[in-house]
Design a protein. Structure first.
Length: 78
């Protein structure tokens, strides 16, 4: 059963949140490397990138996995 569809901005727009030594670090750039794969995803509605990154930090703490934060493209985005 189809649920929804959408496009993401390119991987170069991504910010990654990951836990290192108990601290959540954020870095620019995509997460995926040759041996990496997407194990799941979460869709949130956030007022801005800062709010979305805060959710990414929370998910990174909860899962201890790197979390890639990337926006959906809106109509008219190129």
């Amino acid at each position: 059963m189809w649920v929804f569809g959408g496009r993401l901005h390119p991987p170069g727009t991504a910010t990654v949140a990951r836990v290192r030594d108990g601290t959540v670090l954020t870095t620019d750039g995509p997460f995926a490397e040759g041996k990496e794969h997407i194990g799941g995803f979460s869709v949130i509605k956030a007022p801005d990138l800062d709010a979305a990154l805060e959710w990414g930090r929370k998910l990174a703490r909860a899962t201890t996995l790197p979390i890639e934060v990337r926006p959906f493209r809106e109509d008219g985005d190129h």
